[in-house]
Ligand binder design. Structure first.
Ligand code: CO
Ligand code: ZN
Length: 329
């Protein structure tokens, strides 16, 4: 597996609404494997690999969550709001990096009890002398993301951007491996998923797919006190049955199950109570699109240290290649 590519995809910039850097990296990687491509007005990259039969739209979101500057105090402390599902407990004490390289730490007063600490009591500290110095580096509306380089430990990878660079990586690697597609394939690297599946909505409208297949992270229920839940790290490719944005179409679920069984690929199921992904937007396009999702079980989703198993990524790539080379029965 191309771990270096996965790491560089995790390290690329791409907060929701500003996916340019990760998009150029992906395009450079796939250019020789596609027939044509376009970028829509919301920034999604739509790559077409011609094939026979019906149109299949694959979707992985390029964007990641982060913080947005709302106010700079005269003392030089920076107040912020959230882009996507940032959680206060995960943010406190972490480093965040702005596109210009400025690093700030999310801090709170020592006198505040960090239990149930809301974002309103926190601020970003870039070490500025005062508001004027802070304002030379950062302005209102600037955005930042967790600053943490991707790390591989044995069979696991840790990065704040696994959601959803891992999905984009699975698509890129599957695209390179496909020899005989059974569908007319649209690989869509979507924008703005974390703020409401927005890029998937506009790109699906343009593609008009017959089938949809998204790729994303999901919960891994294997930590000591986790809820009982079917997907776990090291458990294989996770075939989604539902989340709060989509009830996966039985035709797609069965197709994925059949392909996994036939090729002997390890798989598990995913049933997510809260949260959604791009298929939630794709399946509601026009008269409706039968859609499914391949997920990677990931611990600590939306933290600075999302963690997943390399073997699950490999199983997901293999399942994707099989599913795209096998016609839907
Ligand atoms: Co997410
Ligand atoms: Zn995601």
């Amino acid at each position: 597996m191309n771990i270096e590519l996965l790491k560089s995809m995790c390290a690329a910039n791409g907060i929701s609404g500003d996916e340019g850097a990760i998009k150029s990296l992906i395009l450079g990687e796939i250019e020789n494997y596609i027939d044509d491509h376009s970028v829509d007005a919301l920034g999604s990259l739509i790559a077409h690999k011609k094939g026979p039969g019906k149109k299949m739209m694959l979707a992985g979101h390029m964007d990641q969550i982060g913080l947005i500057v709302t106010y700079i105090s005269k003392e030089g402390f920076i107040y912020f709001g959230r882009i996507g599902g940032m959680r206060p407990a995960y943010s406190l004490g972490q480093r965040f990096v702005f596109p210009n390289g400025t690093v700030g730490v999310v801090a709170c007063e020592r006198l505040d009890d960090p239990r149930d600490m809301p974002f309103e009591k926190m601020y970003l500290d870039i070490g500025a002398r005062d508001g004027e110095e802070a304002g030379r580096q950062i302005k209102i509306g600037d955005v930042c993301v967790y600053s943490a380089a991707p790390v591989v430990n044995g069979g696991a990878i840790i990065s704040p951007a696994l959601d959803d660079r891992v999905g984009c990586f699975i698509m890129v690697e599957a695209l390179k491996k496909i020899k005989a597609p059974a569908f007319d394939l649209y690989f869509v690297f979507t924008s703005q998923e974390e703020v409401g599946l927005r890029g998937a909505r506009t790109s699906a409208y343009a593609v008009e797919p017959d089938y949809g297949l998204a790729f994303d992270v999901t919960i891994s229920a294997d930590t000591p006190k986790a809820h009982k839940f079917p997907s776990k790290m090291h458990g294989g490719a996770a075939i989604k049955i539902k989340d709060s944005s989509v009830l996966c179409h039985p035709i797609i679920v069965k197709h994925l199950e059949d392909c996994a069984k036939k090729a002997g690929i390890r798989y598990q199921y995913e049933i997510l109570e809260a949260g959604g992904t791009d298929s939630g937007a794709i399946h509601l396009t026009k008269g409706g699109v039968p859609s499914g999702v391949i997920s990677v079980a990931t611990r600590y989703v939306h933290s600075a240290n999302e963690m997943c198993a390399l073997s699950d990524i490999e199983d997901s790539i293999e399942l994707t290649v099989n599913a795209l080379e096998t016609p839907i029965a």
